[in-house]
Design a protein around this ligand. Structure first.
Ligand code: ASP
Ligand code: MG
Length: 459
């Protein structure tokens, strides 16, 4: 059995749905398949906009957006000659909710999730109807109907793995005897039975949840790039496709890759060792990147180099911090309570300063919060260094291999790039450091060259 997830990047219009349906028919001839779909390209953004406009009470704009969403979907129904009853019902429901919100002038996280989840219901029910029209027995299911149970952290809901496994098996296994299920990605149901969403890019997580619950052979994530690359090809000319990578390495890469990945989508796969393959629907001859528990320790010590632009470093200083337990705790609790996400942390043994890295706009906010709530006899100064980039060398072959850091920083310094801050977790899968934004791309090229990542992998 295979789970196949089709991303929004490859679902633009009726032609795309047609080729996905044809492909599923062909593949389904020899193996049982569960299809998972994202919303059509751009539709989730559209839905979220409708929610915000409605909350702002902007009725004309809400109607304009609703019209355009309606026409995107109904055009496809026409072109494919589908009845699309479910699509019409769903659009009607959306309109009622949106108008209601416009009157109330307010939106809650729960309602935002309800609206955001609709994109997948629209695309999924169309695909399922198209399959039926082509003579394949199919059924559309929402995430909740497929058995995905989550907590109630609306907008970023966490799947409850044990319950999900039980429900998914009981809902899908009987169906799979003679039916090709099409499941809406991105959504689930809370234990109270409310619709939740799994966070942006969450359809990948849906696919992995189903695969790991059902014990599928692999989970295929169909997208519009060949897979994970050794670096961004816009920066490094000889960037190359990575054919095999471990879960842990892929998770590190998730922050950087060209394919936007949900940060936690591999978690359920790791539990059951379900292999996940990223594949290009527009280049089906390519086998893509296989993500599995296998750690391939070929000659590659470093597997990939990532770059994240638009970050700032904040450094808090004070000799009063030295030898005083709880200082780091205070700092990070404050950031956590303020909803600020820290990307990197570094403190030297002298303990007189702690540096953290945040997204540029979050760093501005963090400085404000820290100045207001932290400065005093212990924390003396808050310094902000803007315009930085994080560079990360990733690969589990670094673990226990001496000299990797020396090579990384040697390569970077030989190009005249200054390193401002360094962090390496003791897992040694990743060495991250911060440079001036202007130097970021050169640093990536330096490491890519040093470890010869452009050379074809031995297989
Ligand atoms: N449609 C959702 C999003 O745009 C989920 C997904 O595509 O994976 O984030
Ligand atoms: Mg998507």
């Amino acid at each position: 059995m295979l789970i196949m997830k089709f991303g929004g990047s490859i679902l633009g219009g009726s032609r795309d749905l047609e080729s996905v349906a044809d492909y599923l028919m062909e593949a389904g001839g020899s193996e049982r398949i569960v299809a998972v779909v994202s919303a059509l390209r751009g539709v989730t953004d559209h839905l979220l906009r409708i929610g915000s406009l409605a909350a702002a009470g902007d009725e004309p704009a809400v109607f304009r957006e609703l019209d355009s969403l309606r026409s995107i979907h109904l055009t496809i129904c026409d072109e494919l000659d589908l009845k699309c009853r479910r699509v019409r019902d769903e659009l009607g429901r959306l309109e009622k909710i949106a108008i209601g919100l416009t009157y109330i002038g307010e939106i809650t996280p729960r309602l935002r999730d309800l609206i955001a989840s609709m994109g997948e219901n629209l695309s999924g029910s169309m695909l399922s109807e198209l399959l039926e029209k082509k003579g394949v027995k199919s059924r559309f299911l929402t995430g909740g109907e497929a058995g995905i149970v989550t907590d109630d952290s609306y907008g970023e809901a966490n799947p409850l793995l044990k319950a999900t496994r039980v429900y998914v098996r009981s809902r899908l296994l009987p169906l799979l005897q003679d039916t090709l299920p099409v499941v809406a990605g991105f959504s689930g149901l809370s234990q109270e039975g409310r619709v939740t969403t799994l966070g942006r890019g969450g359809s990948d997580l849906t696919a992995v949840l189903l695969g790991s619950s059902l014990g599928s052979r692999e989970v295929w994530i169909w997208t519009n790039v060949d897979g994970l690359l050794t670096a961004d090809p816009r920066i490094v000319r000889d960037a190359r496709l990575i054919r095999q990578i471990s879960y842990r390495e892929a998770i590190e890469l998730a922050h950087f890759g060209a394919k936007r990945m949900h940060p936690r989508f591999l978690e359920p796969a790791m539990v059951t060792s379900t292999p996940v393959r990223i594949r290009n629907f527009n280049n089906r001859g390519c086998r893509g990147t296989l993500i599995s528990s296998r750690e391939v320790r070929s000659r590659e010590i470093v597997k990939a180099v990532g770059l994240r632009k638009g970050v700032s470093i904040i450094t808090v200083r004070g000799v009063g911090m030295i030898g005083r337990p709880g200082t780091a705790g205070r700092l990070f609790s404050l950031l956590g309570e303020s909803g600020l996400n820290v990307l990197m942390i570094s403190q030297s043994i002298s303990e007189s300063d702690i540096s953290i890295v945040l997204e540029a706009d979050e760093a501005e906010r963090a400085r404000g919060v820290m100045e207001a709530k932290l400065l005093g006899p212990i924390f003396r100064e808050v310094l902000l260094d803007r315009g930085c980039s994080v560079v990360a060398a990733i690969g589990s072959g670094m673990r226990g291999t001496p000299g990797v850091a020396a090579r990384v920083f040697g390569a970077v310094s030989s190009r005249g790039v200054n390193v401002k801050m360094i962090a390496q977790g003791s897992s040694e899968v990743n060495i991250s450091f911060v440079v001036d934004e202007a130097d970021g791309e050169e640093a990536v090229r330096a490491i890519h060259d040093e470890f010869e990542l452009g050379r074809e992998e031995e297989s």
